[in-house]
Write a protein that binds this ligand. Structure first.
Ligand code: HEM
Length: 398
């Protein structure tokens, strides 16, 4: 099919009209777009952006598109930050499959379900503070810190230090770029110290299991070990903070949907999927590099060119979702790519779902009259170029 053929087909949905609050990355098209478009990234590189649900999933699952090649220093990139080549997200099979199998053990369903009571107790305790309340600072941030630390086995005495460094490192609190960079370096040193502690007292959690894999059977190199811990703490923290904030905001801006949940809390698990679709915290996938010359929706993609998927546009693709612009907690067949797809699909998806479900269930039960206590136009947001979106403060009352 020719390039003009691609442009002639029905246009992908327009997420910007669907109450997408907050800034979006500048290179994401705001209008309905063809299935595949060429974008100019802030790095000056040009990349292919896939905007369709089915095509996006195909690209994310296709071994013809490489992650390892996409993190090479000269590869076209969206962001100037150089990804760690030892990170799980930067590997192709078979190296990826080996590392993923090692760490997946900690994410098996019963290990995740075992965290439920602790997360719920934490959420209840936080809501006892009463209104006025900043839902980000007083709820989503401490809840996410407690959850990820519990999962990894970060000792309770170390949690405040981890959270303070992570908040600065991800610029979740006001700080200068220099303070943020210093905090990221300290965070790395903190991970090394935590691993040393886990060596002395491995326990039954993920840090201990990873240390054992490194020390005893040699299946994990030192660089892989540190990169993994860094990835898990980072990937598991700011994403759930942003996602919970976006989800609650979407509900408060659709009060009828909030009232549906208050009247029928059994709808919350379905609502979680719909909110993940409607307000995805990560709007784009990582980039992949085409291994060979190929074609996507009629566009010729050359070997070595970079492709990424707009998870946001794919979630609003009218071919995959009836009335994509409507938020409906009653949808029974929500499909989305908010956790990606294929071999790199989010390892923490079940943990993120659990946390989001509990956060909403407890809010609905404790604060049925929850309302925004600020003009939506005055809300503060993470910067548009951040990979992870979300409000940095959400004043609410009940
Ligand atoms: C709502 C919360 C979350 C969202 C929306 C999210 C989204 C994503 C997405 C889209 C990817 C795939 C990117 C790509 O292939 O291009 C990913 C990968 C990943 N996520 Fe999450 N994530 C969330 C929470 C978490 C949590 C809680 C953890 C761990 C505790 C986690 C750990 C990971 C890891 C390790 C990967 C890399 C997997 C691999 O490369 O094999 N994520 N996530």
């Amino acid at each position: 099919m020719s390039a003009s053929g691609n442009r002639a087909v029905a246009r992908a949905g327009d997420p910007a009209t669907a109450a997408q609050r907050g800034p979006l990355p500048p290179y994401l098209p705001r209008r309905p777009v063809p299935d595949v478009v060429r974008i100019l990234a802030p790095t000056g590189d040009r990349l292919w952006l896939v905007t369709r649900f089915a095509l996006g999933r195909r690209v994310l699952a296709d071994p013809g598109f490489s992650r390892a090649a996409a993190v090479a220093p000269a590869a076209p990139a969206v962001h100037p930050l150089q990804p760690d080549p030892a990170s799980l997200t930067s590997l192709d099979p078979p190296a990826h499959s080996r590392l993923r199998a090692l760490v997946s053990r900690a994410f098996i369903p019963h290990a995740i379900a075992a965290l439920e009571d602790g997360i719920r107790a934490e959420a209840r305790g936080l809501l006892r503070r009463g209104s006025p309340f900043d839902l980000v600072r007083d709820y989503t941030m401490p809840l996410a810190a407690a959850t990820i630390c519990r999962m990894l086995g970060v000792p309770e005495a170390e949690r405040d230090r981890f959270a303070a460094l992570a908040d600065l490192g991800h610029a979740l609190v006001p700080c200068t770029p220099r303070e943020s960079a210093t905090a990221r370096a300290e965070l790395r040193a903190h991970f090394v110290a935590l691993l040393r502690m886990a060596r002395r007292d491995p326990g039954e959690h993920l840090l201990g299991a990873l240390v054992r894999a490194h020390d005893e059977d040699g299946s994990l190199s030192e660089a892989e070990l540190i990169a993994l811990v860094e990835l898990l703490l980072n990937a598991g923290y700011e994403t759930t903070i942003g996602q919970t904030g976006l989800a609650v905001l979407a509900l408060l801006e659709h009060p009828g949907q909030w009232r549906r949940l208050v009247a029928g809390p059994g709808l919350v698990p379905g609502a979680v999927e719909e909110l993940l679709r409607f307000a995805p915290v990560v709007p784009i996938s990582f980039t992949r590099l085409a291994r060979t010359d190929t074609e996507l929706a009629g566009e010729p993609v050359r070997a070595g060119e970079a492709v990424l998927v707009s998870l946001l546009h794919a979630n609003f693709d009218p071919r995959a979702h009836p009335r994509p612009g409507a938020l409906s907690v009653d949808r029974t067949t929500t499909r989305h790519v908010s956790f990606g797809h294929g071999p790199h699909i989010c390892l923490g998806a079940q943990l993120a779902r659990l946390q989001l479900r509990i956060a909403l269930e407890e809010l609905v039960a404790a604060c049925p009259r929850l309302a925004l206590a600020a003009d939506p136009a005055t809300l503060r947001w993470r910067p548009p170029e951040a990979i992870v979106r979300g409000p940095t403060a959400l004043p609410v009352s009940w």
